[in-house]
Design a protein around this ligand. Structure first.
Ligand SMILES: Cc1cc2nc3c(=O)[nH]c(=O)nc-3n(C[C@H](O)[C@H](O)[C@H](O)COP(=O)(O)O)c2cc1C
Length: 437
């Protein structure tokens, strides 16, 4: 069989990479109650998505809440995952949980419990939750530097995976004749002791049909990529071009091979933002319409977060170049956010106001937009996939949850006709569906 691509849905609300998503006329308004998420799970499954991916933040941002930006509200990701898993039978569920603010035992049990209850459909997106704002909510956790958060992360994952191995597959016997429920000779305590974490174990729960959750990772710094190469079975990436994606994938695969892992068992999912129209012109018009849904104030808060520029008192009508001159350090000017925005603005750069520039950035952050009819979007994705730059795509919505339905109806049948996407789920677990068994 020819190589098949994977599909993930980025469960981002009230907005995500597009800062105005909640104001889109087709977006739902109730991002809090359960109905929306049950419905989303069912439509993702109907269109054979492999993964619903749930991000995490452990702090509040005033500007983010006011303007409905990506972290404006956040459910506990494990609770949301449980709702999505309960409303589906094949769909995988990716749960983001931090190695900085959780103890290995809590992590191992929450994730294993979800994995068992979903029949083996859970993945753990391992994050370090960098940023001072997060640490302020955990006063008993010492704030670590970027590299050290990854060092702690390594220990946490070592301890969690050791806890997941506590029970052998056949340890639960439930033999009514003999009265033996669990054969405790097949259950072992890992007794893990590291520099940052310590846990005795064993876990008090047997494993799921996929043995343990699939590990996801999205680090980008050199240390982050090293971490991904050590642990990641699926790597998430946001890169603007297929060439950059391929370079990242090869780098992580080489690092993984150096650690003795099989690099072919690492899947890279690229984030993309499809904008679909009945015709190419309608799709372009829909893309232009997105600008009307972001106010300059919302755009400035959003852009400020990524560029690390303080724009709290800036006049949106000031010249973009003047603001950069006056406020950006040399390092900020070379950042991915500003480089991407420069590129996006192109010739408009010289005359753009900072408000216009921030709105342009807020359309998709750094995520590439794939614009066209269903067929055109399918062909573009199939092209990226054929170049081996990505093994799968993480669909980031412009409106929620309708973006996923549109993609399912308008794009998925063309991907199937092009021979790059399945017509039915093939495995019974997430690891099986991803070919990682
Ligand atoms: C697709 C994707 C999803 C991510 N989800 C989260 C998230 O939910 N929470 C979070 O704190 N960071 C998230 N990140 C950030 C990464 O965990 C990581 O910190 C970032 O890519 C920078 O890498 P570095 O820390 O190695 O510089 C995500 C990154 C990507 C590319």
């Amino acid at each position: 069989m020819t190589r098949q691509l994977f599909l993930g849905a980025y469960i981002l609300f009230p907005s995500g990479h597009f800062a105005g998503a909640w104001r889109h006329p087709y977006s739902d308004r109730d991002f809090v109650g359960p109905g929306l998420f049950h419905q989303t799970a069912q439509s993702l499954e109907r269109y054979l998505f492999d993964l619903a991916f749930i991000p995490e933040t452990v702090s509040y941002g005033e500007g983010f809440a006011r303007h409905g930006l990506s972290n404006g509200i956040k459910h506990d990701p494990a609770q949301l995952a449980a709702q999505i898993a309960a409303a589906s039978t094949h769909l995988g569920v990716g749960v983001t949980l931090s190695t900085s603010f959780n103890e290995p035992y809590n992590l191992a049990r929450t994730l294993q419990s979800l994995d068992v209850l979903s029949g083996g459909r859970v993945a753990w997106n391992i994050i370090q939750s960098q940023g001072e704002r997060n640490f302020r909510n955990f006063p008993h956790v010492a704030e670590l530097g970027r590299t050290e958060t990854y060092d702690r992360g390594d220990e946490v994952v070592e301890a969690v995976t050791a806890l997941w191995r506590s029970w052998q597959d056949d340890a639960l016997v439930a033999d009514k004749e003999t009265g033996v429920f669990a054969d405790t000779s097949r259950i072992a305590a890992p007794e893990y002791k590291g520099r940052y974490v310590e846990v005795q174990g064993p876990l008090n729960l047997p494993p799921s049909p996929q043995r343990h959750p699939v590990l996801l990772q999205a680090g980008d710094s050199p240390r982050g990529r090293e971490f991904g190469a050590r642990w990641g079975e699926v790597i998430f990436a946001i890169e603007r071009t297929p060439e950059e994606l391929l370079a990242k994938k090869r780098d992580i695969q080489q690092k993984a091979a150096a650690l003795g892992r099989d690099p072919e068992r690492i899947r890279l999912f690229a984030a993309v933002q499809p904008i679909i129209g009945e015709t190419t012109e309608i799709a372009e018009a829909r893309r232009a319409h997105l600008n009307e849904l972001v106010t300059p104030q919302a755009g400035l808060v959003f852009f400020s977060q990524f560029s690390r520029l303080d724009l709290s008192d800036v006049d949106p009508d000031e010249s973009y170049l003047k603001v950069l001159d006056e406020r950006a350090t040399e390092e900020q000017r070379k950042s991915r956010a500003i480089a991407a925005l420069d590129d996006l603005l192109g010739q408009r750069r010289a005359n753009a106001t900072i408000g216009d520039a921030a709105i342009a950035f807020s359309q998709s952050e750094l995520t590439p937009q794939i614009v066209g009819t269903g067929r055109e979007v399918a062909e573009q994705l199939a092209g990226i996939f054929a170049s081996e730059s990505a093994d799968g795509f993480l669909i980031t919505p412009t409106h929620f949850p309708g973006s996923f339905d549109e993609f399912g109806r308008a794009v998925v049948p063309h991907l199937q006709d092009l021979g790059v996407f399945k017509r039915a789920y093939e495995g019974t677990t997430l690891r099986g569906n991803l070919g990682l068994e």
